[in-house]
Design a binder for this molecule. Structure first.
Ligand code: NAD
Ligand code: WQD
Length: 343
């Protein structure tokens, strides 16, 4: 019988790509999402790619009794992949209570359900934001976790601590936290991708929307960093590579009964790319020039970060494989596809 995986936030950006990979690897999937930052049509799009429509439950994971009812309805859950969270850094500064409530309560409800309904495994979406501006590059998993610069970032740090403490107390439970660097791109079918509501905050959706004429001009936040071209450097990881890492993490949790019950992995390419390099590569692969202007630095931005991926490579046996060129082209194909649907 197929193993059943709960994917919270499964209609969202990274969640939807992971659902596709899970289905294609023979898993049965049930999504829980309250559609606060995603669309119900994603279920149709997943079905178009895989030929399978995942089960779907629309409710808020902060509601303890709804989480318990869900666990009674699906008593055979093998694992949870917990993507559901609010994720806008700037917004979290304006409405911190909502961010702490949503991101922490949902996790606590799921951990209680794991304990009470015998769900043994969880994969948690963490972030490179926990490192702040690292002292050493590439950044390894044992680098110091710096004081978070936003309530959003703090929810990830607190969540990791909650997981660690919970897993110490309940030896039957196992967890893996995956610290994503900067996920970009879309599925090669162009049927799923990132769907920012309103003005995008992240670089690549802003690039594709500017190229598509939806935004007049991309602002490059700073060219006076201590980097080769002066613009900020990040580790941009293809969302499909990232999704595949979740399948590997699930397999590790399910197959290896005697794991240390809490592990943390960086998920990146191991390579830093500057903002200006992203723009140039996008222009090269699409043949479209991006109208951009250098402006002052964005408050709170760090200068440079990229991942040490040795642990994920060696322990998980996972490595990012898709090129930046293919990734940016996939982001552009997705942009054109959604504009043809939502004119
Ligand atoms: P997303 O917003 O596209 O997906 C999150 C989904 O969770 C959305 O569909 C939303 O409707 C749902 N959701 C939020 N709160 C919920 C709740 N209380 N109950 C039920 N559903 C709820 O985000 P994403 O980019 O796919 O990110 C997934 C995870 O990865 C998040 O935890 C995010 O913090 C983390 N992460 C994202 C990035 C990134 O740059 N995208 C980087 C590092 C970490
Ligand atoms: C990338 C680079 C900007 C937009 C954020 C979160 C982080 C994590 C990933 C969840 C930076 C520059 C951007 C623009 C620009 N999310 N930029 N013009 O800031 O690295 O990380 O997403 O955990 O927590 O903070 O990503 O895509 O916003 O920025 O010049 O319009 O692009 O300054 O150098 P960031 P980003």
């Amino acid at each position: 019988m197929k193993k059943l995986i709960l994917v919270t936030g499964g209609t969202g950006y990274i969640g939807s790509h992971t659902v596709v990979e899970l289905i294609e690897n023979g898993y049965d999937v049930v999504i829980v999402d309250n559609l606060s930052n995603s669309r119900i049509e994603v279920l149709d799009w997943i079905e178009q790619i895989t030929g399978v429509r995942p089960k779907f439950e629309n409710f808020n994971l902060c509601d303890t009794s709804l989480v318990e009812n869900f666990c009674r309805k699906y008593p055979k859950l093998e694992a949870i992949i917990h993507f559901a969270a609010l994720k806008a850094v700037g917004e979290s500064v304006e409405i911190p209570i909502e961010y702490y409530f949503n991101n922490i309560t949902s996790l606590l409800n799921l951990l209680s359900a794991m304990r009470d309904f015998n769900i043994p495994n969880i994969v948690f979406s963490s972030s490179c934001t926990v490192y702040g501006e690292p002292d050493k590059l590439p950044v390894t998993e044992d680098a110091q976790v710096k004081k978070a610069t936003s309530p959003y970032g703090n929810t990830k740090q607190i969540s990791e601590e909650i997981l660690e403490d919970t897993l110490k107390a309940y030896s039957k439970l196992k967890a893996i936290s995956l610290r994503y660097f900067n996920p970009i791109g879309a599925h090669k079918s162009a049927l799923i991708g990132e769907l920012p509501l309103g003005v995008p905050l992240n670089l690549v959706p802003f690039v594709t929307q500017t190229a598509g004429g939806i935004r007049q001009e991309l602002k490059v936040f700073g060219d006076d960093y201590n980097t080769p071209d002066g613009s900020g450097i990040r580790d941009y990881i293809n969302v499909v590579d990232l999704a595949k890492a979740h399948v590997v993490a699930i397999e590790r949790l399910i197959q290896h009964k005697n794991l240390t019950n809490y592990e943390v992995f960086n998920l990146g390419t191991g390579k830093g790319t500057s903002v200006l390099e992203i723009i140039k590569t996008f222009e090269k692969v699409t043949g479209i020039s991006v109208n951009y202007k250098i402006v002052t630095r964005r408050a709170g931005d760090i200068e440079k970060v990229w991942a040490d991926t040795k642990k994920a490579n060696e322990v998980l046996g996972w490595k990012a494989s898709l090129s930046l060129e293919d990734t940016l082209l996939s982001a552009w194909n997705w942009e054109k596809h959604i504009r043809s649907i939502f004119k």
